[in-house]
Design a protein around this ligand. Structure first.
Ligand SMILES: Cc1ncc(C[n+]2csc(CCOP(=O)(O)OP(=O)(O)O)c2C)c(N)n1
Length: 372
């Protein structure tokens, strides 16, 4: 059975607002009501939620496949997102094509939602390109590995949108660790000063590699932004509906001249920082179990089943579709062509550069040495 009926809270009269963060779907899949944020998702139907559920399943499947590809030696590295699917899908699916995303390296689900082609997700990690995709074709810059740098790019872009008189919004995605970087503070100062239409979307996945968030943040991360004059929302990052509501409210504020908003999506990185990391050296497995119980996919599934929207048949077809995407992704990755070695010197400078030309000829001679 499918439904075009909005996914309203089951018991609107039993109002229960979570003091910790905005939550509309609890871990058991119960639809909670929230006076402030319900209106932002009052139009979301059962079918639309099922489509978000499909996204969550697919991005998790892509992530598993990429991890396997790395373990098989096909990728040099991969930054997994297990546990963070709802934070990424819930926010990215609310954006318009003319909005612009500036992300870090872990936002592969955001990239998928923006329409980045599957092999383009791994060009860099396979070492066949210096950059994965054309930013302007998908409205998303290629990922920043310098922690927090992209918040400045987003703010600059947002100021540009304002000057151009368009109502597009820039969204900067970053982690909890990034909030300790000067770049993020600078970006917030500028964004607040110029009322830039930018959303600072922080996925608090509790870890900056092996450093726990509690070390660098004595208060909730969302509390930092008001000090810069930027309102913030703390949302359950494992609740796709709540993330959507929070992002929609921030987008609306930005589009209507209200300026920046900071969103802290509280989530958990259940895997390693990257495939080179061993979290067993610093994570208590009990904590991971606790977060498994708050899984972002399980709660949507439970809710959709209780509503009669998700049947065994639909669930099986979504799984089959995810497997299809994974196969396509694997084939695309393996099909990436190795670049011609000397092309590494292309596009470094806009104009000829004698130092680079010298390096290029030295490298050419080095490579020719192997052919003898
Ligand atoms: C400016 C800078 N400093 C240090 C690093 C090394 N580094 C890479 S990832 C990382 C932790 C980032 O944590 P967080 O911002 O929470 O993002 P997450 O990886 O958890 O998504 C650090 C310190 C870097 N890439 N750039």
């Amino acid at each position: 059975m499918s439904t075009t009926v909005p996914v309203k809270a089951q018991k609107p009269e039993a109002k229960k607002q979570n003091p910790e963060f905005v939550q509309l779907l609890d871990p058991e899949g119960k639809r909670l009501s929230d006076d402030l944020y319900d209106p932002w998702v009052s139009d979301v139907t059962g079918d639309q939620l099922a489509s978000l559920y499909e996204d969550l399943i697919i991005v998790r499947r892509i992530d598993t496949e990429a991890t396997a590809l790395q373990r098989q030696g096909e990728l040099g590295l991969w930054p997994p997102l297990l546990g963070q699917e709802a934070a990424q899908v819930g926010s990215a699916r609310t954006l318009r094509p003319d909005d612009f995303v500036f992300s870090s390296y872990r936002e592969n689900a955001v990239a998928y939602c923006r329409g980045v082609k599957l092999p383009d997700l791994v060009r860099v990690w396979r070492g066949t390109a210096a950059s994965g995709w054309d930013p302007f074709s998908v409205g998303m810059a290629t990922p920043a590995v310098i922690i927090g740098a992209q918040t400045l790019h987003a703010t600059g872009y947002a100021v540009g949108c304002k000057k151009d008189g368009v109502d597009s919004v820039a969204v900067a995605y970053f982690g909890d660790g990034a909030t300790s970087e000067g770049d993020v503070s600078e970006a917030m100062v500028f964004a607040a000063s110029f009322k830039a239409p930018v959303i600072f979307f922080c996925q608090n996945n509790q870890w900056a590699i092996s450093e726990p968030v509690g070390l660098q943040a004595q208060r909730p991360i969302a509390d930092r932004a008001p000090g810069f004059g930027i309102p913030s929302i703390r949302v359950d990052g494992n609740d796709v509906l709540a993330v959507m509501a929070a992002t929609r409210s921030a987008l609306d504020r930005a589009r209507n001249g209200g300026g920046p908003t900071f969103i802290e999506a509280v989530t958990y990185r259940r895997g390693p920082h990257t495939t080179s990391d061993d979290p067993s050296r610093y994570v208590d497995p009990v904590l991971v179990k606790e977060w498994e119980a708050k899984d972002p996919i399980a709660r949507v599934e439970a809710f959709l089943r209780s509503e009669g929207v998700l049947t065994d048949e639909l669930a099986a077809s979504i799984q089959a579709r995810a497997d299809e995407v994974a196969a396509e992704f694997r084939a695309g990755c393996l099909g990436l062509e190795n670049p011609e070695p000397l092309s590494v010197f292309d596009n470094v400078y806009a104009t000829e550069h004698s130092g680079l030309a010298r390096q290029k000829s030295q490298y050419k001679a080095y490579l020719e040495g192997f052919e003898k």
